[in-house]
Design a protein around this ligand. Structure first.
Ligand SMILES: *Cc1c(COP(=O)(O)O)cnc(C)c1O
Length: 244
């Protein structure tokens, strides 16, 4: 498990260099260590190495691991739990109860359910809206493949944003996206640039003074994502090795 610390430092230095290349502050990039499928011991080793943001993509797995980690480290460990997977409506309570950040909101129905549970709990949940700008049919998220030309696609995002904005307990942060797998680097860059431009359009549309957060980039493409403006990268294999 010593490998974790070494891998962590390699990833940190790549983040640092990618940020420098892009004239950005490395502190402006949050590394979410994706611990899905890994046991609690791996999370504890990652914590010892210095990681504080952890990402899970199955609601039950988050609900199981978080209390186990808290039993070891206490409630004030400084850990932030990110739920990065898509969420079915019957599992919204688990996420309202156990996640600190939700990256993959794509429907108002889920937002409504999260909001009522959060109000019951007196909690609040930072939210990213997941957008599909890559054109891959299988991808989750709000379809924004042709957002530049297609007013309907843009309206759908603007309406979802406005609806979520009204809901107590949900605090909108920005957009999340996934690049397609197994495509040339140039195509991945295009997808990330496309997402960044979409965020720019939305900022303008909403009259925001600060840029929106952008959750994008995984093990194989996080440096490209940083070049395009990612503020949150979600990295698993580069830190923990291949999942089984
Ligand atoms: C698994 C996963 C990641 C991390 O993938 P790696 O290739 O292991 O870095 C990032 N985002 C989401 C949504 C995931 O499900």
């Amino acid at each position: 498990m010593n490998g974790i610390e070494e891998r962590y430092h390699t990833v940190l230095s790549k983040i640092y260099h990618a940020a420098q290349q892009a004239n950005r502050q490395p502190q402006g990039i949050t590394l979410v260590a994706v611990t899905k499928t890994w046991p609690v011991e791996v999370i504890l080793a990652a914590y010892t190495a210095g990681m504080r943001h952890f990402g899970e993509n199955r609601a039950e797995e988050l609900a199981e691991k978080r209390p186990l980690v808290e039993a070891k480290l206490g409630p004030d460990s400084g850990i932030v739990w990110h739920f990065i997977g898509s969420l079915q409506s019957r599992k919204t309570n688990l996420i309202a109860d156990y996640a600190d950040v939700f990256h993959a909101l794509d429907r108002v129905k889920i937002a409504n359910r999260l909001s009522s549970r959060l109000q019951e709990n007196g909690r609040s949940l930072p939210i990213f809206i997941e957008v599909n700008v890559s054109g891959e049919a299988s991808k989750s998220g709000v379809t924004l493949i042709n957002w530049e030309e297609d007013t309907t696609q843009r309206e759908k995002l603007r309406k979802l944003w406005a609806a979520v904005h009204e809901l107590p307990g949900l605090s909108l942060q920005g957009l999340m996206t996934m690049a397609p797998w197994h495509v040339p680097e140039a195509e991945i860059r295009q997808v990330f640039d496309h997402a960044k431009q979409l965020a720019g359009w939305l900022e303008n549309e909403l009259g925001l003074k600060r840029p929106l957060a952008l959750s994008m980039g995984m093990t194989d493409d996080y440096e490209l994502a940083i070049a395009a403006g990612a503020t949150h990268i979600r990295v698993g294999r580069a830190l923990f090795g291949e999942r089984h």
